[in-house]
Design a protein. Structure first.
Length: 196
């Protein structure tokens, strides 16, 4: 164990945390970080889970059953498999949210952002590859269009991830402000008791 970790543990142990304040902080943080779903949103997440399951299973079935031969067979099956896994991961995430009936704004939103970024990146890489194949073996007319579609997906993914990072920063700021507010409340109560 490093000196830094030992010092940090001693510092944390030395800090007096009022149990009532800690409980209140955790309750308030739960309100900030947890969003209860309306029945309509819950149904939407359930539908999203079923859709993700259908899409994921479809891609996995295609990976196994599509007749691919030639030098790009392994690459094609890998792409189908990755699309399948992403669909199944989305199904699990949306299903868990639907069953729970609430969204954890920190964990769930971060997971969705990672999933969207992974999908956007995969679509972009696939578009690059297909655009190259179209240029090499096809007429070349669709090459630029395919590349633009891939870039559009990458841009959408980047915007989604940027929005998620801003939301995560806002949540961190709200958590710190709540902590400061509770500390000030406790200091005010102590000051009131000492003066009274």
């Amino acid at each position: 164990m490093s000196h830094h970790h030992t010092f940090a543990k001693r510092l944390i142990a030395a800090e007096h945390v009022d149990a009532k304040r800690k409980e209140r902080y955790e309750m308030e943080m739960q309100k900030i970080l947890s969003q209860t779903l309306t029945p309509a949103k819950r149904i939407a997440y359930a539908f999203g889970a079923v859709f993700g399951l259908a899409v994921g299973v479809n891609w996995v079935v295609l990976m196994v059953t599509v007749d691919m031969t030639g030098e790009y067979e392994t690459w094609g099956r890998a792409v189908f498999g990755i699309f399948g896994v992403l669909g199944l991961v989305w199904a699990a995430l949306a299903g868990r949210i639907a069953v729970r009936g609430r969204v954890d704004l920190r964990k769930d939103r971060r997971a969705v952002a990672r999933l969207v970024w992974g999908l956007s990146l995969l679509i972009f890489i696939t578009a690059l590859f297909v655009s190259g194949l179209e240029l090499r073996y096809g007429s070349g007319r669709w090459s630029v269009f395919i590349l633009v579609v891939g870039l559009a997906h990458l841009l959408i993914g980047a915007l989604f991830v940027s929005r998620s990072l801003v939301e995560q920063s806002e949540l961190s700021i709200r958590a710190k402000l709540l902590e400061i507010e509770l500390e000030l409340t406790e200091l005010n109560e102590k000051l009131g008791r000492s003066l009274g």
